[in-house]
Design a protein around this ligand. Structure first.
Ligand SMILES: C[S@@+](CC[C@H](N)C(=O)[O-])C[C@H]1O[C@@H](n2cnc3c(N)ncnc32)[C@H](O)[C@@H]1O
Length: 424
């Protein structure tokens, strides 16, 4: 990327560094035309930095000697932090950065055990996923601490070591090649016993796609590319960013769509003013399903139709485990309008649905919801869980009664209504 390297080191010092430290794995160009040992990673670097990092903060998880940190600095990143669990590698990374005259912060940190204390625009996780005991927990930690994108270089089941394992278990070459198309995670054996190395989990590209794009709602898109390094692949996951997320939340048949459509038409000025929704602005109207089709990372203002019963009789149970509401974490400003509707009215609407006829599984769901509406205590509990979750996520709360003509409720009016359910 650059031809001349400005350094305060003499040629002899650089030669001594190479000889003394036996630097390898990542080939790093040093001053005076010298370099460390290791593999040329320029192809990975070109793929990793295909999109700009200029002016952005970059975290490199498992940075080793810091090659990708240097590449980020050269591309104008405003702040670069490399973390690694290996103290000696970090010491070497510090020496190399000093030799290159680069300002990089290297931190001894175990991403599995230790806390990340700040957010970064871009996070790199290159060739580290297969070393973790709990890769999925690390992915979630990194999602929470990344603003814009996460870039992974991943060992798939068809890469060298798991490939050998599968071969030894009788999987043919053809079967091994086809594996990558399936959403599989291959679990490695205890290589540490025999090979002095440990590699644990190998994700196919399809498994990574399901994990990031199906099971989580934080990303707008995932780009997959080949890396040219040890048959691995690169995934660039772009996080969504919403300026103002306005959730219109209510239980099934409480009147969410009607409320949204009236707000859209500017027919409820009092409610609109309270919730800061000027329908003339450029709003995106979406929900937990349709948002998956929005590939743009930046949404200025979104009205989010949200059924509070997505957690009811589903195996997510709680809002914090519900991917349909992950989008909250991507929003700067968050408000939720929670709808009140008389349970008898909601029951009538559900019964009308039943009379129209539907597939068996839908009918079962409608009957479950009907039973919930007839059990005030359980319904009240559902509302309380939702409000507690909103508070935990710093969501500004509004309440609207949609039983008849929509009207704003104060929080104490709302609370009285929920209490009346508990008493019934
Ligand atoms: C295979 S190397 C990859 C280095 C570099 N990312 C690259 O692609 O060239 C894995 C690195 O991750 C580091 N590492 C492994 N587990 C870690 C953890 N729990 N926290 C931080 N770093 C870790 C290792 O010490 C090692 O430097």
């Amino acid at each position: 990327m650059i031809n001349r390297i400005e350094t305060s080191w003499t040629k002899e010092q650089v030669q001594d560094l190479i000889k003394r430290e036996k630097l390898a794995y990542q080939k790093i160009d040093l001053p005076y035309g010298l370099s460390t040992g290791g593999k040329d990673r320029s192809a990975t670097s070109a793929a990793v930095f295909a999109d700009e990092v200029k002016g952005k903060s970059v975290l490199d998880v498992g940075c080793f000697l810091g090659y990708f940190c240097h590449e980020a600095v050269r591309r104008g990143a405003s702040r670069v932090v490399g973390i690694d669990v290996d103290e000696n590698r970090l010491r070497q990374a510090g020496l190399v950065a000093d030799c290159l005259g680069m300002d990089i912060e290297f931190r001894l940190l175990d991403i599995e055990q230790d806390k990340l204390t700040e957010q970064f625009d871009v996070t790199l996780m290159l060739n580290v996923l297969h070393h973790f005991r709990n890769p999925i927990t690390v992915i979630d930690k990194v999602i929470a601490h990344t603003r814009e994108r996460i870039i992974l270089e991943v060992a798939s089941p068809s890469s060298a070591r798991p490939g050998k394992l599968l071969k030894s278990m009788g999987a043919s070459w053809w079967a091994r090649r086809r594996l990558d198309r399936l959403p599989l995670i291959v679990v490695g054996r205890d290589w540490a016993v025999n090979r002095g190395n440990e590699q644990k989990y190998f994700f196919t590209p399809s498994a990574l796609t399901h994990l990031l794009m199906e099971q989580r709602g934080s990303f707008s898109r995932l780009e997959l590319k080949t890396s040219g390094f040890k048959k691995r692949y690169i995934g660039v996951a772009w996080k969504r960013h919403v300026g103002y997320l306005l959730i219109i939340g209510g239980t099934t048949s409480s009147g969410k769509s009607t409320l949204i459509s009236r707000l859209k038409q500017g027919k409820l000025p009092e409610v609109a003013e309270a919730i800061d929704m000027d329908a003339r602005d450029n709003w995106i109207y979406t929900d937990a399903v349709r948002i998956r089709n929005i590939e743009t990372e930046n949404i200025q203002k979104a009205v989010y139709h949200y059924d509070l019963l997505r957690t009811f009789k589903s195996d997510t149970y709680t809002y914090s485990r519900e991917q349909g509401i992950d989008v909250l974490d991507c929003a700067d400003k968050r408000s939720a309008v929670t709808i009140w509707c008389d349970p008898d009215v909601m029951c009538q609407r559900q019964q009308t649905k039943l009379r129209k006829g539907m597939r068996h599984w839908r009918e079962r769901r409608v009957k479950d919801v009907l039973a919930l509406y007839k059990d005030g205590r359980q319904l009240a509990q559902q509302y309380r869980k939702w409000i507690a979750y909103c508070r935990q996520k710093h969501v500004q709360l509004f309440f609207v009664d949609c039983t008849d003509e929509p009207r704003l409720l104060t929080e104490s009016e709302w609370d009285k209504k929920v209490k009346s359910l508990e008493r019934a």
